[in-house]
Design a binder for this molecule. Structure first.
Ligand SMILES: CC(C)(COP(=O)(O)OP(=O)(O)OC[C@H]1O[C@@H](n2cnc3c(N)ncnc32)[C@H](O)[C@@H]1OP(=O)(O)O)[C@@H](O)C(=O)NCCC(=O)NCCS
Length: 151
């Protein structure tokens, strides 16, 4: 497996990979245009040329970023791919000089092993609500856990 930054030509494969999780309500749908607009934020895991997972490090403020849109192909899960992507994005956040990374997830324990700690949702809400939550099918009853990593 190799980790690389995304290219615009990856978008179609990324959309195919994430579609089942969008349908399950685990990941928020993003259009091709939105994905292209933020293509620099994505890190991709590849195996033999095929995309097997990806996630984005999105920047809200000079201090705060978010890991979002994390998805690993079903048949490649539980082999460390998701963990490797998160680790890479944490390194990227450090290099950029971010101080905190937030994430909203149904898999709190997955993020806790990197040092993420649960945070009151209100702390992250104002960053996310008008940009993303408003488009989520679970809004406004959100059962995700908000977590923050101080780096
Ligand atoms: C969440 C998700 C990205 C995790 O990806 P993944 O590649 O399975 O992640 P990892 O393999 O690094 O870790 C998954 C589990 O496998 C375990 N694991 C990692 N490497 C392993 C290995 N070599 N052998 C056995 N188990 C392993 C980890 O300990 C982890 O357990 P935990 O979740 O209880 O902490 C993936 O399940 C997914 O795409 N889910 C659907 C989309 C989704 O929910 N996205 C939103 C997440 S915010």
């Amino acid at each position: 497996m190799e980790l690389t930054k995304a290219k615009l030509s990856d978008i179609a494969q990324m959309q195919n990979l994430v579609k089942p999780y969008i349908d399950e309500g685990l990941v928020l749908a993003r259009s091709d245009d939105e994905t292209a607009n933020m293509i620099r934020s994505y890190t991709i895991a590849r195996e033999g040329g095929a995309i097997i997972g990806f996630a984005a490090l999105y920047i809200y403020t000079p201090k705060l970023g978010e890991i979002r849109s994390l998805a690993v192909a079903k048949e490649r899960q539980n082999r460390g791919v998701g963990g490797a992507i998160v680790q890479k994005l944490i390194e990227e956040a450090k290099t950029l000089g971010l101080e905190q990374i937030l994430t909203l997830t149904y898999r709190a324990s997955f993020f806790e092993r990197f040092g993420f700690k649960e945070a009151p949702k209100e702390e992250v809400w104002h960053h996310k609500v008008w940009e993303d939550c408003i488009r989520c099918k679970h809004f406004p009853i959100c059962n995700e856990t908000a977590l923050i990593l101080k780096i």
